[in-house]
Write a protein that binds this ligand. Structure first.
Ligand SMILES: [Zn+2]
Length: 335
């Protein structure tokens, strides 16, 4: 059955925004009844327009999951740590509603439960029921699905969703990471938000208490988001250059004598890489869908590419699934 029809039968009317050039924005909004009212939840968000009358469920603070302008809306909803990360990244006050991951929040009478997805600090899945009793779960990006509840409609990611791509099947290589930490002088390439904090947390969990030098934005984010759990951290050069974390693209600026590795699940770097990912792999995604057992899966991220591969895999295995372009090609309302 047509995906849009299926959603409407479940009590959700999908809406996508078009740019002035007529191109769809990469996010999805859902309208549904809550008592007498019609409520609209935007899944993550793109740029706001002046007459927006919807709430934005911001799953986490990676730039492909929120629009900067969403920080200016009182109807944006994000965890306290996601809001803080957005404020640090944009030097701007987050005007929306904040909650602690694990809280149940009330949005126009709709009880929305929140769950940790362990993808980045503050990353959140949102779960609620509409008037028909249909349970919907929006995951954003996921590293671990252990806390997530069963649902009827699942809206999820598939960054590593291609079963035919060997690069989509991996396990984090903690042993290589731990071995690399034995070098007197070693630098790791990690994105400032997310991976850098994961790296610091892993280093401390491994019992390594050496001071860690970090580039400016990684240091600011890590200080605020990890607090005392980060141990001794400082700016590049502050402790003599023994153990450093900096962005992957500035790794080459560290001293030539230093051992260097990019911490990533991706395969497009020239530098030696150690597989430490913020996502689950294809096998994890597949096991997650089996556990959550939804009647319909919308794979919303990335907009094209591996989401299509994963959706097709689900269809081939007897599950109803679609991607955003299939919804945009169907009957719908645009905001
Ligand atoms: Zn992300």
């Amino acid at each position: 059955m047509d995906a849009t029809r299926r959603l409407i039968d479940m009590g959700f009317t999908p809406a996508r925004r078009k740019s002035p050039a007529g191109k769809y924005k990469p996010h999805l909004s859902l309208m549904f009844k809550a008592g007498e009212r019609e409520v609209t939840f935007g899944i993550d968000t793109t740029r706001l327009s002046r007459n927006d009358d919807q709430y934005f469920l911001i799953t986490h603070a990676h730039t492909d999951h929120y629009g900067k302008s969403a920080m200016l809306s009182e109807k944006s909803i994000a965890s306290d740590k996601t809001a803080l990360a957005l404020e640090l990244r944009h030097d701007q006050y987050f005007k929306g509603m904040r909650f602690k991951v694990g809280d149940t929040i009330d949005v126009e009478g709709v009880k929305v439960k929140t769950y940790n997805t362990y993808h980045s600090i503050g990353s959140t899945a949102f779960f609620w029921e509409n008037e028909l009793g249909v349970k919907i779960l929006v995951t954003g990006d996921i590293k671990d699905y252990r806390d997530l509840p069963k649902c009827d409609l699942l809206i999820t990611e598939a960054t590593y969703g291609n079963p035919d791509d060997g690069g989509c099947i991996f396990q984090d290589d903690y042993a290589s990471f731990e071995a690399a930490l034995q070098h007197d002088s070693v630098g790791f390439g990690a994105y400032a938000f997310g991976k850098a904090q994961r790296a610091v947390s892993l280093i401390r969990e491994m019992g390594v208490d050496r001071p860690i030098e970090m580039d400016k934005s990684s240091l600011t984010l890590t200080r605020h988001l990890l607090g005392d759990d980060a141990g001794e951290i400082g700016k590049l050069g502050e402790f003599g250059g023994g153990l450093c974390i900096t962005s992957p693209w500035s790794l080459g600026r560290l001293p030539v004598s230093m051992k260097k590795y990019v911490l990533t699940g991706q395969h497009f770097y020239d530098q030696p890489c150690i597989c430490i990912s913020d996502h689950i792999d294809f096998n994890g995604l597949s096991a997650m869908v089996d556990k959550l057992d939804p009647g319909l899966v919308i794979v919303y991220h990335p907009e094209v590419g591996n989401s299509q591969h994963f959706s097709k895999f689900l269809n081939n295995n007897g599950r109803d699934s679609c991607t955003l372009p299939e919804i945009s090609a169907s009957r719908q309302t645009t905001l």
